[in-house]
Design a protein around this ligand. Structure first.
Ligand code: BGC
Length: 697
């Protein structure tokens, strides 16, 4: 298929159509016949719909085949539709939410999740996923932190890179390859005060220093699509921001693919009061090189007029259409418009044993042990009382899991049942029977936190804390004098300060997906040794937000309460409750022999790690840059490399850690990334026994 020849044969309306994305509903007969549905509201004609280039949000092979067949029968040039959807952490087999998986400190795990997701989702006829979401996040008030990797640029870069590779596979043409879409460009995660869709509250310097890393990772891995964000960035809505999209994304980062707006974000620039009307919004988006418009249909309506009136150069439209046609060609859609869709396999492969096994491994490596007083966990054969409002729920998949089935997702209660001596369900009335049952138990397990609907898009909170009634419940349980294990399911870090001293152990599970209950059970009972580390800092108090490990120093760091004019709060410590990198294990590791082992090409550091405990487990070795002097202020600590290894008890291994040079840089006053020069200091190890390598670069 020669796409340039094809382009030359398209009418202006047909070109505009290629740049439009509509939901599947529009293609249904009923929608076309309805007098008051969205088709009528948008004043779209049947011919407009059958010229649209792509479909949003499908997950059913039969539906895809029907729509494509009907579409091709009506389309003059038979250019296949491309089907796109949000596959964020799995299709039907649901993997841990990205914020949880980030804690596994493993790029390999993100590759695995994306590959396994692509293998399932492509069976439903999806060709593009709106993932990875690589918005750097520091504010747990924002509901979408669950989709992100946390506060660290190095992790964001490498996770977005790995996910892109996992989705896109070896060749995009392969039937199990999904084109990836990096989002939301740019800085959507910096929403002011954590309120969704609010302006990005960062400077251009912050952007280049930290926030651009995830997007760069995906672009470097060859991501085929990029989605603009809803927010205003440096004064202009990102969706019509010419500097952002042309100069930064396409030129500076080298992105070569298709750009797509977020849902209605083009026409929303009218509400931002920077576009006069929808037509003006379309004009501005085109000038910014936004190729596909998601949802509103405004491109179909306004592109032809804009070109005819000379307000938009046809060359701009042609370039956008060519990019869309190239994506369709590279996906192999001209050869097979039904690529991937497989009615039988879509029923049997998702949730099959191998897929669930991947989900289990990833969940095992994502659960975080935050506290374990007197080695309460793992439990041996204590009598368990299982409590808490989420202990009987299968709603453990987390937001953005449209195709996940909560009905068949086991609850903790159903999996832990054989080990529960007294299962206490009546947690409301404190009846005598209830109290009696608790008295029979040796340990109380309380599973609580957030419901699924409390995080995700448009789920911002001013107060990301445990609910008052949960806090009261834990306080009342404390009176029984038995140890309490707290299991928190949530889409964000919650402030745990009010109960942290009342409970003996804390397992932070986030939303672990289809296998959540098995992972929690295995972790409680010691079959899984927890190894994950936090990638978002947990505040002591909401007023500390945003709080992150990689902040700058200030000229007046806190020295103690006697020093008034230093950077501190008078009503709370500067310190978080738990910080980036926190996470315990059932074993202990000793780190030694931290040395420079660089070659001519690579900066390599070697370290010896020994499992000094009695349980096998993963050791995670993060290496941070601590720069005593640099031309620009840098964080006190910045992750620049990591390794992870499974070690048997008493086993010792030497690991080589590759230091990523991209992070040995600073941003100068013209916003250029410059290499750091001179003596660099690398640090790793436990807080109490840090190890350093100093190296001249
Ligand atoms: C979200 C995007 C998502 C899109 C399509 C929007 O509301 O911001 O992340 O990809 O909807 O579902």
């Amino acid at each position: 298929m020669n796409i340039k020849t094809l382009l030359a044969n398209l009418t202006l309306e047909e070109k505009a159509g290629q740049l439009v994305q509509l939901p599947p509903y529009f293609f249904k007969k009923e929608a076309l016949q309805e007098v008051a549905g969205p088709v009528q509201r948008l004043k779209l004609r049947e011919q407009d719909i059958f010229q649209a280039g792509s479909v949003l949000g499908i997950g059913n092979p039969q539906e895809m085949i029907d729509i494509q067949t009907m579409y091709l029968s009506k389309s003059r040039h038979k250019i296949p539709l491309v089907f796109m959807a949000d596959i964020i952490h799995g299709y039907k087999t649901i993997f841990p939410i990205p914020l949880a998986l980030a804690g596994s400190f493993s790029t390999q795990n993100f590759y695995k999740m994306a590959r396994a997701s692509a293998e399932e989702a492509t069976l439903s006829g999806i060709h593009v996923t709106f993932s990875p979401m690589a918005d750097l996040v520091k504010d747990p008030r924002w509901g979408r932190v669950m989709e992100a990797y946390g506060e660290d640029p190095y992790l964001s870069y490498h996770y977005a890179y790995a996910m892109t590779q996992g989705y896109q596979g070896k060749r995009l043409k392969n039937k199990d390859s999904l084109a990836a879409c990096i989002k939301h460009f740019a800085a959507y995660g910096a929403a002011l005060a954590g309120r969704d869709y609010a302006q990005a509250s960062i400077s251009l310097h912050d952007f280049y220093q930290q926030y651009d890393a995830g997007y760069r990772g995906a672009v470097d891995a060859g991501v085929r699509m990029a989605m603009t964000s809803f927010n205003v960035f440096e004064g202009i809505p990102a969706t019509i921001h010419q500097t952002l999209l042309r100069k930064i994304l396409r030129k500076r980062m080298g992105f070569k693919g298709v750009t797509i707006s977020d849902y209605d974000s083009i026409i929303e620039t009218v509400v931002h009061r920077v576009s006069q009307d929808d037509q003006d919004a379309v004009r501005q988006a085109l000038l910014a090189t936004v190729d596909i418009e998601m949802a509103s249909g405004a491109y179909i309506k306004h592109i032809p007029t804009l070109v005819k009136q000379g307000l938009i150069d046809i060359e701009l439209i042609d370039q956008a259409v060519l990019r869309v046609l190239k994506l369709k060609k590279d996906l192999g859609l001209f050869q097979n418009p039904f690529k991937g869709a497989h009615i039988e396999k879509e029923k049997s492969f998702p949730l099959s044993a191998p897929q669930l096994a991947i989900a289990k491994t990833l969940a095992d490596e994502s659960i975080v042990l935050l506290k374990n007083h007197n080695h309460l966990l793992p439990l041996s054969n204590q009598k368990i009382a299982l409590l808490g409002h989420l202990s009987n729920s299968g709603a453990l998949l987390g937001p953005w899991s449209w195709h996940g089935n909560r009905e068949i997702t086991p609850s903790l209660h159903s999996v832990l049942k054989p080990f529960i001596q007294s299962s206490v369900e009546d947690t409301q009335t404190w009846s005598e029977a209830f109290k009696q049952q608790i008295k029979l138990a040796d340990v109380m397990i309380v599973m609580t936190g957030e419901e699924e609907k409390e995080s995700g898009e448009a789920r911002s909170k001013t107060n990301p804390v445990l609910a008052d009634k949960t806090i009261q419940f834990i306080k009342q349980l404390k009176a029984f004098g038995k140890p309490i294990v707290l299991i928190v399911t949530a889409g964000r870090p919650l402030v745990l300060t009010p109960i942290v001293d009342d409970v003996h152990a804390i397992l932070y599970a986030y939303f672990l997906g289809s296998q959540a209950a098995y992972t929690i059970t295995d972790t409680l009972l010691g079959k899984n040794n927890p190894s994950a580390k936090l990638t978002m800092t947990f505040p002591r108090r909401v007023g500390q937000i945003p709080i992150m490990y990689n902040h700058l120093n200030t000229g007046r760091p806190f020295l103690g309460q006697n020093f008034t004019y230093t950077s501190h709060y008078i009503d709370e410590s500067n310190l978080p409750l738990f910080t980036f990198g926190d996470g315990l294990s059932y074993t202990t590791f000793q780190f030694s022999q931290f040395k420079d082992a660089s070659t001519n090409d690579d900066i390599l550091l070697s370290i010896t790690v020994k499992n000094t405990g009695t349980k096998a487990g993963y050791a995670i070795v993060p290496v941070y840059l601590h720069q005593p002097l640099a031309p620009a202020a840098l964080p006190n600590r910045q992750l620049v490399g990591m390794e992870k290894r499974f070690l048997q008890p008493q086993e010792s291994q030497s690991l080589l850690i590759n230091i990523d040079r991209q992070f040995l840089t600073y941003i100068d006053d013209t916003y250029q990334r410059q290499p750091l020069k001179g003596k660099l200091s690398f640090v790793t190890g436990e807080e109490t026994s840090l190890l350093y390598v100093h190296k001249e670069i």
